[in-house]
Structures are given as structure tokens and as C-alpha cells.
Write a protein that binds this ligand. Structure first.
Ligand SMILES: O=P(O)(O)OC[C@H]1O[C@H](OP(=O)(O)O)[C@H](O)[C@@H]1O
Length: 323
């Protein structure tokens, strides 16, 4: 490891995020924070950085850049890196190391607490006997359903499989483990089943300042159909999903993934000359979303900007950039 080279632990985490072995906005955020702590431990031992505070700082910034470059859409990733790097302080390598490890642990604790708190808020929106529809796999959305079950409510679920990666299977398994009866459907059956559903509950990868919800591809179509059917839809999203750059007019980059996730290369070859596109996310305009549920309570999407200013008023610092 040279002074700016990421430790093997960081490279492994970055690779796992890029290949989606580690996935889901909150899980990515905690893995990134933990990887920075591992980088701090490794840099405190490495020849090039162990006795040079500036080289230590540079190696943490480089590690953060490696992690930042893995996937572009979930803002929880840069928000996690920001949280940890902004708390890196001290004039010796040992103090710097301690500050990074402490910040990383504090971040993960905060993340867990936030998910628990938002689960209670989301659960309050659900009534005994409700059927919910889910899309993709979101730990924040599941926290709401599981908290409702813990409140003693009887909840059942219609789970969309969520092509192309079928994260709905993970949701189905976790809900079943929580004692929720599950019906798994293909994505295109969603509108038909909305008639049997009381609530749609989804997660978010990023929330824009105008209240737009960036979530797994298919969320926006589901939201429009839910509105047409009169079924309320909520997004469960901890405040680390608020995207500070959108306060200054930036848009959220939508990740385009490999076409092999959509069609097997052989099948594609057999069809002949076609284009294949695989956007991983879409944007649901605020007018189609009933509520954004956070650990600080629920918000109409249009008012989320107030909370965003409060939490990220100073804008989107990039503490991983070279000074
Ligand atoms: O943070 P939690 O609620 O767990 O997940 C939030 C979102 O992250 C996932 O993205 P991907 O599967 O990583 O592409 C889904 O879009 C999900 O709604």
C-alpha cells in the first residue's frame, strides 16, 4: 500500500458495491463508513503513512474517492463519506485514526437508530389488516412493515419481483421471516393487484430538493398507477438519502447498468442488431408521492427541502477532493 493507495479492505468493499454484492442505499452507506475505518487502521500501520499525518489524511481521501466512484445514484454513499471525513481531526496519526474509527462507528449507530425511528413513523400509517405492495428491496421500507407487525397489526404483502435483478425475492423472504403472508408477482401485474392493496411502500436511493424520489426503476410507473387507483404510496427514506447537491440545481445521475442484466448475451446475439438499455433507477415526481417517511417524522414531498436545508444547508462539501 503506497500513501494514496486504498487498503485491500477498501478495494474489496468498492468491488462488492460495484458488483452489487453489497447493495441497498443504507447498506452501501454503512459498508463505506466501515471501509474508511479499516483504511484508517491500515494507514496507521503502513510505512508511508504511520508517522505522517498529511499522508494519512491523503490516504483517507483517496480511499473515499475509490468508494465514491462505485455507483453514482444513492447519495447515502457520499453522505456517509462526508460524515466520516468531516470528523477526521487531530495532529497525530493516532488521533486521526481514532477520530475516523469513532466517526465511522457513530455513523453506523445513527443509521441503525434512524431506521428504527422511521420504522415507527411508517408503521403508524399502516392499519391492522392492511395489504401493502412493495418494489425492490429496501431496508427502510421493510422497517415500516416490520414495525407495524411488532405493533400487533396483521399485515400481508404483494411483492413485485423487480426486474432485472429480482431484489423482490429478498423482500419476499424477509417478509415471510417476519410472519407476513407474501404474494410474489411479476412487475407487469402490479396494476391489476393494486385493487387489492391498501398501501404502497417503497424505499429511496436519493431524494431531490423538489421532493422527487429517485428509486429503483419502475417506482414512478407504480406511483402513477397507485394514484390512479387511489392507493396511497409512501417512501421510507432516512435523511442520509437527502441529496444536498440538488439544493443548488444539480440533477441526480441515474446509473446505467450492464445490458447482460436484461438479456442473456446469447439470446441477444440470436435476435440480431438491437439496442439494450438498463437504467437502474427512475424519478417519481413529488405530486405522485403521498409522504416521505424519515426518522424525523413524515413530510409531504414538496416540504422536504426545508429539512434538507436544515441538515445540509452548507451545501455539498467534497472532503475527499485533493486540497
Ligand atoms: O437503503 P435501503 O432502504 O435499504 O434501500 C434503498 C434502495 O436501494 C436499492 O437500490 P439497489 O438495489 O442498491 O440498486 C433500491 O432502489 C432500494 O429502494
Amino acid at each position: 500500500m503506497t500513501d494514496t493507495e486504498p487498503s485491500p479492505a477498501v478495494s474489496e468493499t468498492a468491488e462488492s458495491i460495484a458488483t452489487m454484492e453489497i447493495r441497498g442505499a443504507a447498506t452501501i452507506a454503512s459498508a463505506a463508513a466501515e471501509a474508511l475505518a479499516e483504511q484508517a487502521e491500515a494507514a496507521a500501520e503502513a510505512d508511508a503513512t504511520a508517522s505522517d499525518p498529511e499522508a494519512f489524511r491523503a490516504s483517507l481521501r483517496a480511499a473515499a474517492r475509490t468508494l465514491r466512484e462505485t455507483r453514482p445514484t444513492a447519495v447515502s454513499l457520499p453522505n456517509a463519506l462526508r460524515y466520516v471525513l468531516q470528523r477526521m481531526e487531530g495532529d497525530s496519526v493516532d488521533r486521526l485514526r481514532r477520530s475516523v474509527v469513532d466517526a465511522s462507528e457513530a455513523f453506523v449507530r445513527q443509521l441503525d437508530r434512524a431506521q428504527e425511528d422511521l420504522g415507527q413513523v411508517g408503521a403508524n400509517r399502516l392499519a391492522d389488516g392492511d395489504t401493502v405492495m412493495t418494489h425492490c428491496h429496501s431496508t427502510d421500507a421493510l422497517a415500516c412493515i416490520e414495525a407495524a407487525v411488532e405493533q400487533g397489526k396483521s399485515i400481508s404483502a404483494v411483492v413485485k419481483e423487480t426486474r432485472p435483478r429480482q431484489q423482490g425475492h429478498i423482500t419476499a423472504e424477509q417478509l415471510r421471516d417476519a410472519g407476513v403472508p407474501v404474494t410474489l408477482i411479476v412487475d407487469s401485474a402490479a396494476r391489476r393487484y393494486l385493487d387489492e392493496v391498501d398501501h404502497v411502500v417503497v424505499g429511496a436511493d436519493s431524494i431531490a430538493a423538489d421532493g422527487g424520489v429517485i428509486n429503483k426503476i419502475g417506482t414512478s410507473g407504480l406511483a402513477v398507477n397507485a394514484r390512479e387507483r387511489g392507493v396511497p404510496i409512501m417512501t421510507a427514506a432516512q435523511t442520509i438519502k437527502l441529496h444536498p447537491e440538488t439544493l443548488t440545481g444539480h440533477t441526480v445521475e441515474i446509473e446505467m447498468r450492464d445490458e447482460a442484466e436484461v438479456i442473456d448475451p446469447e439470446a441477444r446475439e440470436a435476435i440480431g442488431e438491437i439496442d439494450v438499455e438498463n437504467p437502474a433507477f427512475d424519478v417519481t415526481p413529488p405530486r405522485y408521492m403521498d409522504a416521505i417517511v424519515t426518522e424525523q417524522g413524515q413530510f409531504p414531498p414538496e416540504s422536504i427541502v426545508t429539512l434538507m436545508r436544515e441538515l445540509f444547508g452548507e451545501g455539498a462539501a467534497e472532503p475527499w477532493a485533493e486540497p
